[in-house]
Design a protein around this ligand. Structure first.
Ligand SMILES: Nc1ncnc2c1ncn2[C@@H]1O[C@H](COP(=O)(O)OP(=O)(O)OP(=O)(O)O)[C@@H](O)[C@H]1O
Ligand SMILES: [Mg+2]
Length: 502
């Protein structure tokens, strides 16, 4: 149940939505912030006016009630004179039981009560102040009126004009009506500026990215000083650029190295053919053909190696069938006529062709450099496939000639591959070895040591690179170590059983 975006929103039914999405981020952020701000300001103005009018009305009501109470007290005590005096503008009327006005504040109507009989009764009963239009009594604006009953059926009505309060509320309203939009405009302008400032590093980033494409030299995006999200975005993107650049450089180097390697056999073929053609008489065509064939073989090996590397680079995972390493190694040992010390039944998951190539490359190297003996060993071991050298250094060098030498420590000779989770494949020769500082470097593509460069049976320097990448693709590791004398290549691969037990 994936919620599909409604076609109505995507389509033309709500053109405003599309319009909105096409606006700049700055505009949308500012507009959203301003809209929320406007709502908040309007709400607070509304609440403010409400609270203010309530408070002011309360003050007036309290004063009116106070006066009414005082007059009631005087009336009950019989000390009410003819005229009632109030310090503020409160109007008071005292009515007798028949509804006639008997006392009033100066200037107050002495004939018509502010409240009719019914209203008086209702006001007394509710005990609440109420509004009254003052105009019939010659008082502009509304009045707040309160009625209280006194002894002898008398009623005291007190009232006060609400006009002042209304006036101040109106003033407040005017201030808010003009001030709130002004404040809103101010805040919107501030948001616009602040958001623009915030987004500027992104704009700079974009401009930097636009300038990068097409230029050959190393380029980086501008990194803002502030340690914020944009900063980390810029550094992450720069890391990515660096990686892409390195990958591009590697690719270019590979192409140039490959072209270089292709050139010499091609030049050799051309030379042989040119010489043969320019002196056809007395030419040994068979010899020429053999020479050309040799160069062609070199070319085809190079093409195959490059293809294998390209395949590994693409990360095309090797086949995942169980491969009997002992059998595979046995065949390689036979083919190259070297010595084997192989624990039977060691099985790993992978691609038999690829693993065969690993073996062939290592054995070919060993055979090429060995003085007399090459030994291929296979055993199992506990403890991962990490590249740390854990191989026991006391294994026989195999320099005594044929016959199996004591490879492998405890548990390795137990048949059936039992007793470990890692297959350890070793190829040992008794040649000159590789100096410690070069033992990693030789895994790089097209890397040949000077000693090998001078030999004409040397390859392109791709063998160990293919070995390492293949072993890695199989979840294993490979390293070279000193076999004193000679060199030992150690390949570790996870056993098939350890895969199954997962
Ligand atoms: N057993 C070894 N003893 C001494 N040096 C070695 C041994 N194996 C490899 N090397 C050195 O490491 C270099 C790289 O080996 P690698 O197998 O990658 O290339 P290569 O054998 O020269 O060419 P290719 O394998 O492509 O035919 C070799 O050129 C050689 O100098
Ligand atoms: Mg090689």
């Amino acid at each position: 149940m994936v919620a599909e975006p409604s076609p109505r929103i995507r389509g033309g039914r709500f053109p405003a939505a599309g319009w909105w999405r096409r606006r700049s981020l700055r505009f949308r952020l500012t507009a959203t912030a301003s809209a929320i701000l406007a709502l908040a300001l309007a709400l607070s103005a509304y609440v403010f006016v409400g609270v203010l009018s309530k408070a002011l009305a309360q003050t007036i009501d309290d004063e009116v009630y106070q006066h009414a109470r005082e007059v009631v007290a005087l009336a009950d005590a019989g000390r009410l004179g003819d005229q009632i005096v109030t310090t503020d503008n409160t109007i008071v009327q005292v009515l007798d039981a028949s509804g006639r006005i008997v006392n009033a504040t100066p200037g107050t109507d002495r004939l018509v009560p502010l409240l009719g009989e019914r209203q008086r009764e209702a006001a007394i009963r509710s005990g609440l102040p109420r509004f009254l239009d003052g105009r019939p009594y010659g008082i502009p604006g509304p009045l707040r009126v309160r009625a209280l009953s006194a002894d002898e059926g008398r009623t005291v009505i007190a009232a006060r004009s609400f006009k002042e309060v209304q006036g101040s509320l109106e003033t407040t309203g005017h201030v808010l009506i003009v001030g709130t939009p002004l404040l809103l405009i101010l805040l919107a302008a501030a948001s616009w500026l602040i958001i623009g400032r915030t987004l500027r590093p992104i704009a700079l980033l974009r401009r930097g990215a636009a300038e990068i494409s097409g230029t050959a030299r190393a380029r980086r995006l501008p990194v803002p000083e502030a340690r914020d999200e944009v900063h980390s975005l810029a550094t992450t993107l720069n890391d990515m650029l660096a990686r892409l650049e390195a990958a591009g450089a590697r690719q270019r180097a590979l192409i140039s190295d490959a072209s270089h390697e292709l050139r010499s056999p091609l030049a050799s073929i051309r030379l042989q053919l040119e010489v043969a053609l320019s002196h056809p008489e007395g030419q040994d065509w068979r010899e020429t053909a053999e020479g050309v064939l040799e160069d062609t073989m070199r070319l085809s090996r190079l093409a195959e190696d490059l293809l294998a590397l390209a395949r590994l680079d693409e990360g095309r995972t090797a086949g995942r069938e169980p491969v009997d390493l002992a059998e595979l190694a046995g065949r390689t040992v036979e083919r190259h006529g070297v010595t084997g010390d192989l624990t039977p039944g060691v099985t790993v998951y992978g691609d038999a062709l690829d693993l065969g190539r690993v073996l062939t490359n290592l054995v070919a190297n060993a055979v090429r450099h060995a003085t007399s003996t090459v030994v291929v060993g296979l055993r199992t071991e506990f403890g991962g496939t990490g590249s740390g050298s854990t191989g026991s250094g006391s294994t026989g060098s195999g320099s005594t000639g044929s016959g199996s030498t004591g490879f492998g420590g405890a548990g390795s000779s137990a048949g059936g591959g039992a007793g470990g989770d890692t297959a350890v494949l070793t190829v040992t020769d008794d040649g000159p070895g590789i100096p410690e500082e070069d033992r990693e470097r030789v895994f790089d593509r097209f890397t040949r040591l000077d000693s090998a460069r001078s030999r004409d049976d040397g390859g392109a320097g791709l063998g160990l690179a293919i070995v390492r990448e293949t072993v890695r693709a199989h979840g294993g590791s490979v390293h070279l170590e000193d076999a004193a004398p000679g060199l030992r290549a150690v390949v570790r691969l996870p056993l098939a059983t350890s895969h199954e037990s997962r």
